[in-house]
Design a protein around this ligand. Structure first.
Ligand SMILES: [Zn+2]
Length: 81
């Protein structure tokens, strides 16, 4: 005997390749790959600057709303002397 039965297994590296998940830039609506930019979630630093500018404009236009004092500050009554 000694019949070495070697079954040649064909391995498909389908799962190895990462799917190219493209994102859509919310500023210029262009498709881009997240790995190609460091200005996530925007396609470029330029678009990030634009978004930041818009955000700041909205922030400055809005009146400052003070946070309601809920249960963050404890009452003095709870302090037992
Ligand atoms: Zn963009």
């Amino acid at each position: 005997m000694g019949t070495a039965h070697q079954s040649r297994t064909t391995i498909n590296f389908v799962g190895d390749a990462l799917p190219t998940c493209t994102m859509q830039c919310p500023i210029c609506n262009s498709q881009f790959e997240p790995s190609e930019t460091t200005a996530m979630p925007f396609c470029s630093n330029r678009c990030r600057q634009i978004d930041m500018g818009r955000w700041l404009e909205e922030g400055y236009s809005l009146p400052h709303v003070p946070d309601p004092e809920d249960d963050e500050v404890p009452d003095d009554d709870t302090l037992l002397n």
